[in-house]
Design a protein around this ligand. Sequence first.
Ligand code: NAD
Length: 292
Amino acid sequence: LPEQEAFDIEYWLLEEAKLQRMPKPKAMAGRIALVTGGAGGIGLATAKRMAKEGANIVLLDIDAEALTNAQSEMEAQFGKDAVSSVTMDVTREEQVKNAIHHCALAFGGLDTVVSNAGIASSAPLDETSLALWNKNQDILSTGYFLVAREAFTLLKAQNIGGNMVFVASKNGLVASANASAYCVAKAAEIQLSRCIALEGAPLGIRANVVNPDAVLRGSKIWTGKWKEERASAYNMSTDDLEEHYRQRSMLKLNVFPEDIAEAIYFFASDASAKSTGNILNVDAGHAPSFTR
Ligand code: NAD
């Protein structure tokens, strides 16, 4: 090579190396993300994942004590200015309105909504009381609608696009033993997300779904009656459930809150900018395998 050309190449390589060493801008820097059911489990893991990428987080949950602990944990990790929280019930219209209003006041707007608050309580059909049926629909269907409607209204008014991620379940797509109330509510949630994807697209608002498989560890749902209900539905002891879920998956792996959080983060970030109306199962390959 002529001397000048060799010098130019060396100079360019040095500049490139310098660029590689420079800290990359965080993927969600300046974004404002709310997480319902953010006091623990999948919600808190997701809040942390997005905060790690620079997002400002608003945690919403009905459990005031768990929420205070979650906020302290997040503040210690990401700083006081990065997180805010509201104790609220997703089934109460006024509380949902106030919570969305709080996002606008706390950080000046909203970009991302992770709808995740949930319960798991079910029974065989002939033992499903109207109260149990309504509880599932109220929280998992109506609650998701209320949060989505209020958030959508704000996103539309801001006119800068936005993003909704719904944490549903494969039980919204296929039948699961002794869980009709839960399955129907989760199916409604999945359909809601598709309708929002369609209505939101012209406004730059995306909507996608993450379906976790059973997340036993780190989930409050499993410390309640659900674990016993599932063990009874599968005719096994609660001690055997984790192994059962591992064995029925193609990859022979259990999934944890952080695994679900990673998929939610994908939909919340621009890495999925061209995905809407989609469903991502995070189940180590269970849903497509037709095992129970
Ligand atoms: P979790 O119990 O740890 O978290 C759910 C959170 O929602 C709790 O903090 C709870 O206080 C909150 N919540 C419940 N009702 C509420 C209400 N009315 N208003 C506001 N907050 C409310 O459970 P998780 O496993 O992290 O579940 C999160 C989501 O994932 C749920 O929608 C659940 O259906 C779904 N999911 C969980 C599993 C699993 O095995 N854990 C499997 C599939 C889907």
